[in-house]
Design a protein around this ligand. Structure first.
Ligand code: DX5
Ligand code: ZN
Length: 222
């Protein structure tokens, strides 16, 4: 991946019109969309599952960046892969045998990614980087949109970038939670490749203009 990109989180979209929202994102020039799957156990909220994603797969060509905030996600990898997830991101804190889970995601044909909660050290992914398409750094405590960015996650992004470079790996970095136009440039400068935005994107239509605003902020990282 060369240029950084935005992956809007549907958690802040209109759930009663998901198909239309996806079409609107495509028209606005987005290429990725972020699905926040929550089970009410790993995080204190419940959202959607593979059936909703599968139904939307039929009406969208966007890259489905699926973030599983669920306990023991290995139980559902085949269902999310069959639903059409292009990337499946599991939480390091939610799996006992993480390497086996990452290998299984790749075997199923989706791009494997691991998410780290704010407090979780980068060591959790150190030995997996060569197998990972992406590492997601949670910059809020997962479960809800509209929260404030946790400041130490900026330095965490820099450190992850250094770890990836030291290994000569090609792993991408995604930042998820509290991303706004104000912190976009700093996050890109710190090494982020993909920014997830829910409330700071969907609350400011028209989407094509908001997308342009984020892309301009990304380009402006000095
Ligand atoms: C939180 C989710 C994030 C969230 C981002 O658990 O993983 O993707 O929806 O929403 P904002 O951008 O509003 O923080
Ligand atoms: Zn997310």
């Amino acid at each position: 991946m060369t240029a950084a990109l935005l992956s809007p989180s549907l958690l802040s979209a209109d759930f009663s019109r998901l198909g239309q929202e996806l079409t609107a994102l495509e028209k606005a020039g987005l290429s990725w969309v972020h699905w926040d799957v929550m089970d009410g156990l790993f995080v204190p909220n419940i959202t959607m599952g593979p059936d909703i994603i599968g139904a939307c797969r039929k009406v969208s060509k966007l890259f489905f960046d699926v973030h599983l905030m669920i306990d023991r996600p290995s139980r559902y990898l085949d269902k999310f892969a069959a639903a059409g997830a292009d990337l499946i991101c599991v939480h390091a804190e939610a799996e006992t045998h993480l390497e086996r889970t990452v290998s299984e995601i790749a075997r199923l044909g989706a791009k494997p990614a691991v998410a780290l909660n704010p407090h979780t050290p980068l060591d959790m992914v150190e030995f997996l980087l060569p197998q990972l398409y992406m590492v997601l750094i949670m910059s809020v405590n997962p479960g809800f949109g509209g929260q404030k960015f946790i400041p130490f996650c900026l330095d965490k992004t820099r450190r992850l970038k250094k770890m990836i470079q030291a290994q000569g790996a090609a792993t991408l970095i995604e930042i998820d939670g509290g991303v706004s136009l104000d912190n976009t440039a700093a996050l890109i400068a710190a090494g982020a490749d993909i920014l997830v935005s829910g409330s700071a994107f969907f609350a400011f239509p028209p989407y094509h203009q908001r997308h342009n605003d984020f892309m301009a902020a990304m380009a402006d990282n000095g």
